[in-house]
Design a protein around this ligand. Structure first.
Ligand code: ZN
Length: 100
């Protein structure tokens, strides 16, 4: 179960992603934003899997506190792309291996 602080963080992440995409929350269906925030909050509530593929660090500040966000049709995009959002410095960048 996610908690209020996690939802606040998730909401901030979604805002950062939309900003990165040049969109406003008003541009996407409210329901999509809510769904995305809820999914992210649940993700944040999970303990980090140890020694897993999450060895990626922020490209800007090298913090390991990053989250991958999948953006696609739910946000009105025609393609699905994975964006990485840094919780430490708010940087947003494409996941390695995804075309720019
Ligand atoms: Zn960072």
């Amino acid at each position: 179960m996610s908690t209020a602080p996690q939802e606040a963080i998730a909401s901030a992440i979604v805002t950062r992603v939309l900003d990165h995409l040049g969109m406003n929350e008003a541009d996407v269906p409210h329901e999509s934003v809510r769904t995305l925030v809820a999914a992210l909050a649940d993700d944040l509530a999970q303990p980090a899997p140890d020694g897993s593929a999450d060895e990626l660090t922020c490209r800007m500040c090298a913090s390991p506190e990053i989250r991958a966000v999948e953006v696609g049709p739910m946000l009105g995009r025609t393609t699905v792309e994975i964006l990485i959002v840094c919780l430490a410095c708010d940087a947003v960048f494409a996941a390695p291996g995804t075309p720019p």
